[in-house]
Design a binder for this molecule. Structure first.
Ligand SMILES: Cc1ncc(COP(=O)(O)O)c(C=O)c1O
Length: 389
């Protein structure tokens, strides 16, 4: 197994690291872009004579390593491990931190697939699960048991954009001897760096903002805890959920524009959110950039901008919401988020269908918007024309 630690790029600002960290030009040809090492294995100079530590594509690949170094640099982590999807990364992290008989406290507004993974795969294997309002510190403290090993939070959360104070949560978790995990998919490291706020480990679906172009699935675990990183790497090596070289290369390419994309996503989402405040067809707008959002002050402290995701609740209820998401033209109806193109979705029937009947169930009147980087006036006009009247 090769280890990919962040290099001495740490002195540079975020946008510089996003372009340069782990991205050395090809020493043979001078090609400025490191090549895609589309190979399954590596020739050895005699038995055990590995060139650059590479042996076989499951244990390591230079293209994947360049992404891991880059992601570690962006999250200010010592170690990065890139997986075939966000859920594969989550699964390896859960296996690394929990054994049968252990307890996990999970935010009650996380991606439905995260809840499904824990509830349907890990709970039957002996893990105890409590879901809780993570923004409520008393509720989190009350949920902790002697066998609590992990606190797992998404902030902003999905789809209600709830904000959790990561530093406060980390303090609660550490007091209890638990590992504090932050799913940083919605903010991306461009807007929020949870390890700097005290979290132990960050998990990402790089499929979203990090890749940014809706063309590659992926996931990552980032941590500065050597022992935890070794466990995660071993599980990946042993179970095989690696990121393929082509996907790693596409993700690296996407990351180069992450800083400016997140600025634009955030500006446009703010404009869309403000447009719907007080709108006659809308009863609630959930966006942390609005001053009356319950998590606004914490978000303003721990994020550099408020991100590109928001949700709105339609006055007309479930039927109005369904008709709305089927009538937009620029906002395309699809699962996922975080690409340059705007997406619209009905969480109750799509991303969160798997949590129906659980405490995480989402109102069918809620519409989730992933605001892309098109002309914001076009986006607002598109949403307006699609509203039920
Ligand atoms: C916040 C969040 N975390 C994790 C995931 C899972 O990632 P993936 O779809 O790459 O497995 C998603 C996917 O939608 C997500 O929105």
């Amino acid at each position: 197994m090769t280890s990919h630690t962040s290099s001495d790029d740490s002195k540079y600002g975020f946008a510089t690291r996003a372009i340069r960290a782990g991205q050395e030009f090809d020493p043979t040809t001078g090609a400025i872009i490191p090549p895609i090492y589309q190979t399954s294995t590596f020739v050895q100079d005699g038995v055990g004579g590995l060139r650059g530590g590479y042996e076989y594509g499951r244990s390591g690949n230079p293209t994947r390593a360049s992404l891991e170094t880059l992601l570690a640099s962006l999250e200010r982590a010592k170690h990065g491990v890139a997986f075939s999807s966000g859920l594969a990364a989550e699964d390896a992290l859960l296996r690394s931190t929990l054994s049968a008989g252990d307890h996990i406290v999970l935010g009650n507004d996380v991606y439905g697939g995260t809840h499904r993974l824990i509830n349907r795969i890990h709970v039957p294997n002996g893990i105890e699960l409590t879901t809780v309002e993570m923004a409520d510190e008393d509720a989190v403290r009350a949920a902790i048991r002697p066998n609590t090993k992990v606190l797992w939070v998404e902030t902003p959360s999905n789809p209600l954009m709830k904000i959790t104070d990561v530093a406060a949560l980390a303090a609660i978790g550490h007091e209890a001897g638990a590992t504090v995990v932050v799913d940083n998919t919605f903010a991306s490291p461009a807007l929020q760096q949870p390890l700097e706020l005290g979290a132990d480990v960050v998990v990402h679906s790089t499929t979203k903002y990090i890749g940014g172009h809706s063309d590659a699935l992926g996931g990552a675990v980032l941590t500065s805890d050597d022992e935890l990183a070794d466990k995660v790497k071993f599980i990946q090596f042993a179970a095989g959920a690696i990121l393929a070289p082509m996907e790693a290369w596409l993700t690296v390419r996407g990351i180069k524009t992450l800083a400016i994309r997140m600025e634009r996503h955030s500006r446009s989402a703010q404009a869309v959110a403000e447009h719907f405040v007080g709108h006659p067809e809308v009863v609630a707008v959930h966006y942390p950039g609005l001053a009356d959002h319950p998590g606004h002050d914490i978000a303003a402290r721990q994020m550099s901008a408020f991100g590109g995701m928001l949700s709105i609740e339609l006055r007309g209820g479930a039927d109005a919401a369904k008709a709305f998401v089927e009538r937009t033209e620029l906002f395309q109806l699809a699962e996922s988020l975080g690409g340059v193109e705007s997406l619209i979705g009905l969480p109750a029937e799509m991303t969160h269908a798997s949590v129906k009947g659980t405490p995480l169930e989402v109102s069918p009147a809620i519409v989730r918007l992933s605001v892309g980087i098109e002309e914001v006036a076009d986006l607002i006009a598109d949403l307006e024309q699609a509203l039920p009247r």
